[in-house]
Design a protein around this ligand. Structure first.
Ligand SMILES: Cc1ncc(COP(=O)(O)O)c(C=O)c1O
Length: 381
């Protein structure tokens, strides 16, 4: 069975990170060509820190975010004492509708949270950037996606990337905040200084989790121990989150992985392209539009099964052939939490039809062609 997530962490990466320490934030700044980078224990904490910092600059209290996205994004918003306002997604890009986003900005909008979902970029130029609200980029699952030399996360005022175990590059947990702006950087640094560090037992656990993750993503290991591994997967909605500083060992592991980042990105990009080309010719399946000029490093490849009654069969048949597909968030944000106001038909549409296919290092191209055949067979039946 090929798991849905798969950063190729070698045992040597882990060993290396114990022997040699390395300044991950510095390496990251160099790679992204950005002035400031601050690592913390998760993408969620990264967003929380950003929001706390922005609150010091303005008394506006609303954050705009897409109606179909990671439900956990609402937690740091609420914890920072802010409210969220939703906008619908675009059925073409599968990401937030940038024109509707620009129209939703009011004089209470502190920031627009542009989520680059699945690795697909939101084009910030399309409306979103024309308002005076801050633009925060959620590049949690789009690390590596870029236009020319410019990575997602570096187009807005401030951005963040996640390194949790399902992301394009993983150090088990982790997140990094990036910005070009000295004023934001000062505020972010002040907030991070208030965070506690993990104790020795927390650090030791992370070390063993890194070893476990390096094996758990390998298909042979995953096949043998799938039942045991599935016990460690998140199956319910998070109701809170803990915030810590990033652990030195994780930073050093991150440095090792950054050396191979181009290969990791290339794998995901190429596999995404294979699926995009193949699925674009299948009636009944809809692929996202890829904006021009972008190299898209897919986290998982998203397809819409236009007939919702076939969606679960597509999902089950892909899994039956030994590839772990997922359906991600089965409800949009306004159907999970209390939210008054208008509906978001495109967010509802995608939540009932989406299937995600893994495109990481451990999935072979031949397997992806078989996935396409399987999907086509189900759609035609
Ligand atoms: C789009 C998006 N944003 C933010 C997060 C939060 O990142 P983390 O799990 O590192 O807290 C996730 C996590 O899956 C995500 O998918």
């Amino acid at each position: 069975m090929i798991p849905s997530a798969g950063t190729p962490i070698k045992f040597g990466d882990i060993l290396n990170s114990v022997i040699h320490s390395c300044d991950f934030e510095d390496r990251f700044k160099m790679m992204l060509g950005i002035k400031h980078a601050f690592a913390v224990n998760s993408g969620t904490t990264a967003l929380y820190i950003i929001l706390r910092a922005l609150r010091k600059l303005s008394d506006k209290d609303e954050i705009i975010l897409p109606a179909y996205t990671a439900p956990s994004l609402t937690l740091p918003i609420k914890k920072a004492g802010l409210k969220y306002r939703l906008v619908d997604i675009s059925p073409h890009t599968f990401n937030m509708d940038t024109e509707k986003t620009a129209a939703a900005v009011t004089d209470r909008t502190l920031a627009v949270l542009c989520v680059h979902l699945f690795g697909l970029p939101v084009e910030l130029g399309n409306g979103t950037r024309k308002t005076d609200a801050f633009v925060i980029e959620d590049a949690a699952s789009s690390f590596g996606t870029r236009k020319g030399l410019r990575f997602t996360g570096t187009f807005g005022d401030i951005g963040f990337i996640s390194f949790n175990r399902g992301k394009n590059l993983s150090t088990v947990t982790g997140g990094i905040i990036v910005t070009e702006d000295d004023k934001f950087a000062r505020l972010i640094r002040d907030e991070i200084e208030k965070l506690p560090s993990h104790n020795l037992s927390g650090k030791t656990k992370l070390f063993f989790k890194a070893i476990a993750l390096s094996y758990a993503v390998r298909p042979w290991f995953y096949t043998l121990f799938q039942k045991a591994i599935s016990k460690f997967k998140y199956t319910s909605l998070h109701e809170d989150f803990d915030s810590f500083r990033y652990v030195t060992f994780q930073g050093s592991l991150g440095c090792s992985l950054l050396k191979r980042a181009e290969d990791i990105f290339h794998d995901r990009e190429e596999k995404g392209r294979i699926l995009h080309d193949a699925f674009s010719n299948i009636k009944g399946i809809k692929c996202p539009e890829i904006p021009e000029g972008w190299s898209v490093v897919f986290n998982q490849f998203p397809v819409i099964v236009e007939n919702p009654e076939k969606r679960m069969r597509v999902f089950e048949e892909i899994n039956r052939m030994g590839v772990e597909s997922t359906i991600l968030y089965d409800k949009p944000i306004h159907k999970i939490y209390d939210y008054s106001g208008e509906g978001f038909p495109h967010a509802e549409y995608i939540s009932e039809r989406l299937v995600l296919i893994p495109v990481h290092h451990y999935v072979k191209n031949e397997t992806l062609y078989k996935v396409v055949e399987t999907v086509e067979r189900v759609i035609r039946s």
